[in-house]
Design a protein around this ligand. Structure first.
Ligand SMILES: NC(=O)c1ccc[n+]([C@@H]2O[C@H](COP(=O)([O-])OP(=O)(O)OC[C@H]3O[C@@H](n4cnc5c(N)ncnc54)[C@H](OP(=O)(O)O)[C@@H]3O)[C@@H](O)[C@H]2O)c1
Length: 319
């Protein structure tokens, strides 16, 4: 399956998107009678060969294309469902798929025509009513308990872990470190080909500051490198902005942090300035949750995305 993916993805290279960005003709065609046919100008391959739709023109989602076509979210859902029903669609398991970042990874996976399965302790969140969510298989499982999801990993091409959280040092190490290491180990044992881990920017924080959080992330990154080598990608985002649902209310974090991101990126040599001790961390631009979701889902199925860490600047290019 991976070789299949690799050859199909590498057959189409162009501007704007690393996997397939030939000029980004709208994806409207992809929602028509031949939903798997590559609708971009590349014309060099059928995404349906591997069941993956590339996000041609990264801003063009199936949702947007469907909305143009009679404004129908249902149509988008039907088209996405059709793709997932395709027996050849690669399966992507998303740990923490019901969270802020995880839900965007799932959405992106649905848009790409993947068969998406979310694993989290609470399953499908009540607040998620978007059409794409109907095409995710929402499973309950605890990353710390591999027996609760080892069957789910069978036959998966890729896995993404968005599991993380705050609390005491011990709790942070458990959720950021041990839970992710368990998921990485179980995925490797199940023969999953690629694994993407949502880590965090290395702020070079002093040891006492959120020690369990940062130590957990670094240990999980190490485990990923050991088990998956070039097929393991750790995304290292800074603060992530977008619309976050908290207790049923949408909080539009992007309204403030979106302009902050744009403003900081206007500063000349900003990337070098962020290397400065102390002040550097304050200058690091936030990234959008859409960019993180797209980067993660793409890295999960595109073997041309290099293994190792992906920094804030590389993630931001996915918007
Ligand atoms: N948000 C940011 O600004 C930011 C910045 C940098 C890095 N990150 C990293 O990005 C990742 C996602 O962050 P987020 O903001 O999306 O967090 P979030 O909304 O709190 O999502 C965390 C997810 O993890 C799941 N989870 C927690 N413990 C689990 C367990 N034992 N087994 C299975 N699932 C479990 C939760 O679902 P259940 O409760 O249902 O299990 C939830 O879906 C985290 O690793 C975080 O450290 C976030």
């Amino acid at each position: 399956m991976l070789n299949h993916l690799r050859s199909a993805l590498s057959a189409c290279r162009g501007r704007g998107h690393r996997a397939c960005a030939s000029g980004a003709e709208p994806l409207r065609g992809a929602l028509g009678p031949a939903p798997h046919r590559c609708a971009g100008r590349c014309g060099q391959h059928r995404c349906g060969v591997v069941g993956v739709r590339h996000p041609h023109g990264p801003r063009r989602s199936f949702a947007a294309a469907a909305a143009d076509d009679e404004g129908s979210a249902d149509k988008m859902a039907d088209a996405a469902g059709e793709a997932q029903a395709d027996s050849g669609a690669p399966k992507m398991v998303v740990f923490g798929g019901n969270g802020f970042v995880g839900s965007r990874v799932c959405e992106q996976g649905v848009n790409m025509g993947l068969k998406v399965v979310s694993v989290s302790r609470s399953g499908r969140p009540g607040w998620l009513s978007a059409a794409w969510a109907g095409h995710v298989d929402w499973q309950k499982g605890d990353a710390l308990e591999p027996a609760s999801y080892s069957e789910i990993l069978k036959g998966a091409t890729a896995a993404v872990s968005c599991v993380g959280g705050f609390g005491t040092n011990e709790a942070m190490y458990r959720i950021c470190g041990r839970a992710n290491i368990s998921a990485i180990d179980a995925a490797a044992a199940a023969g999953v080909k690629r694994f993407v881990f949502i880590s965090v920017h290395d702020y070079k924080a002093p040891g006492f500051f959120l020690d369990g959080y940062f130590r957990g992330k670094l240990d999980a990154e190490k485990a990923l490198q050991e088990k998956f080598g070039d097929n393991g990608v750790s995304l290292r985002p800074s603060l992530i902005h977008g619309t976050r649902n908290v207790s049923g209310f949408d909080i539009p974090l992007g309204a403030f942090f979106g302009p902050v991101e744009k403003g900081l990126n206007l500063i000349p040599n900003i990337q070098q300035l962020t290397e400065l001790p102390v002040i550097g961390a304050a200058l690091l631009p936030p990234v959008s949750v859409d960019a993180v979701g797209k980067a993660a889902a793409t890295a999960a199925v595109d073997p041309s995305v290099p293994g190792g860490t992906m920094d804030v600047w590389a993630i931001a290019k996915y918007v």
